[in-house]
Ligand binder design. Structure first.
Ligand code: NAP
Length: 328
């Protein structure tokens, strides 16, 4: 099979496309013939050794995919060869075949194409876990999303609307904000060209926002935290900007605010059934036509470098896909 290989932790330029033997499913595992994989920011971190998980070298990067079950390991129940599925893994998806633990595999409805299935993986599950299980976002509350046109960000805009919250999208350009508004954001703030805190105040007044979802970190975190109202919840999702912010804890005390960590990989490991329930709920929303992942661009597997650099270059809106052209 063709696969993207990470042999040294020197980033995207050091990756290679090679032909290697397909993996074999062990007990409890499923072998998937991948049709489409989707990219996530952590794919950039893991190939530089900057992700929480450090796979043994060499490894195949890639965290989300959709395809057809090609083999099942011992003890797997409820999944059969030929089933259309999607799966979230920690690495392995940027290849023509990939292994996933059965409890990370979700059936795809017949009407859902593989691109949508792949794109509905890590970012959506992270956001739904964050909004539903961690912050318990409610209808009528106000949600501020930073980096709102990224993979995680747009999922938060769509799922915030799904809950019935008022969604304020913050991003770095008018074009990116247009995408957020088209996906249901009620308000848009260009945080590159304006004072984030003042813009939020102009929208919500002295009440503040109820929930902040932050996949960006850096300099936006403090004004966002200060913009939370009484018992507001701050969801720490990621640091795409590159800096882990250090925040004064009196900001939590003053309005009884909660700062909540979100680490979906560990949630998957500790609560596999809860994760499966969230994943099935997301598939149901999309199958029912409530929203669909926004696909920014689609590249054949051989152009993985361009795809990853598009994500790195901060130009993507929504999801970037890799298609296994030999499978199409
Ligand atoms: N906690 C978890 O379990 C979990 C799970 C999945 C992902 N994450 C994290 O969530 C974050 C977002 O992931 P994603 O896949 O949504 O990434 P993405 O699609 O690339 O979106 C990231 C957004 O961050 C903003 N950004 C600000 N500074 C940036 C920079 N220097 N480089 C790139 N983007 C920058 C960009 O928006 P603007 O240009 O509008 O600022 C961009 O749209 C990452 O930090 C990732 O590691 C965490």
């Amino acid at each position: 099979m063709r696969a993207v290989l990470c042999k040294t932790l020197d980033g995207v330029d050091a990756l290679t496309l090679e032909t290697i033997d397909p993996p074999k499913p062990g007990a409890g595992e499923v072998l998937i013939r991948v049709h489409v994989a989707a990219l996530n920011f952590p794919d950039l971190l893991i190939v530089e050794g900057r992700y929480q998980v450090k796979p043994p070298l060499p490894f195949v990067p890639g965290m989300e995919m959709a395809g057809v079950v090609h083999g099942v390991g011992e003890g797997v129940e409820g999944l059969r060869i030929g089933d259309r599925v999607s799966a979230v893994v920690t690495w392995g998806a940027f290849a023509e075949f990939a292994i996933a633990h059965a409890e990370r595999v979700v059936a795809l409805p017949d009407t859902m194409d593989f691109g949508v299935g792949a794109a509905l993986g890590l970012a959506y599950q992270t956001v739904w876990h964050a909004l539903k299980s961690r912050a318990r976002l409610r209808k009528g509350e106000t949600l501020l999303v930073l980096g709102a046109s990224g993979g995680v960000g747009l999922a938060a805009v769509q799922l915030g609307r799904q809950v019935g919250a008022t969604v304020i999208a913050a991003a770095s350009s008018p074009e990116k904000l247009d995408v957020c508004l088209a996906q249901g954001a009620d308000h848009a703030i260009n945080y590159r060209d304006s004072d984030l805190r003042k813009e939020i105040q102009a929208i919500v007044g002295s009440n503040g926002v109820d929930v902040v979802l932050d996949p960006v970190g850096g300099a936006y975190a403090e004004p966002a935290l200060r913009s939370l109202g009484w018992r507001g919840r701050y969801l720490v999702v990621g640091f795409a900007e590159g800096t882990v912010p250090k925040l004064p804890l009196n900001l939590a005390l003053l309005s009884e605010r909660d700062i909540m960590g979100v680490y979906v990989g560990e949630f998957f490991r500790r609560e596999p059934q809860a994760r499966l329930d969230l994943a099935r709920e997301l598939t149901g929303f999309v199958a029912a036509g409530h929203f669909a992942p926004v696909i920014s661009a689609s590249f054949p597997l051989a152009r993985y470098g361009e795809a990853m650099k598009a994500l790195q270059g901060r130009v993507a809106t929504g999801k970037i896909l890799l298609t296994m052209s030999a499978m199409a």
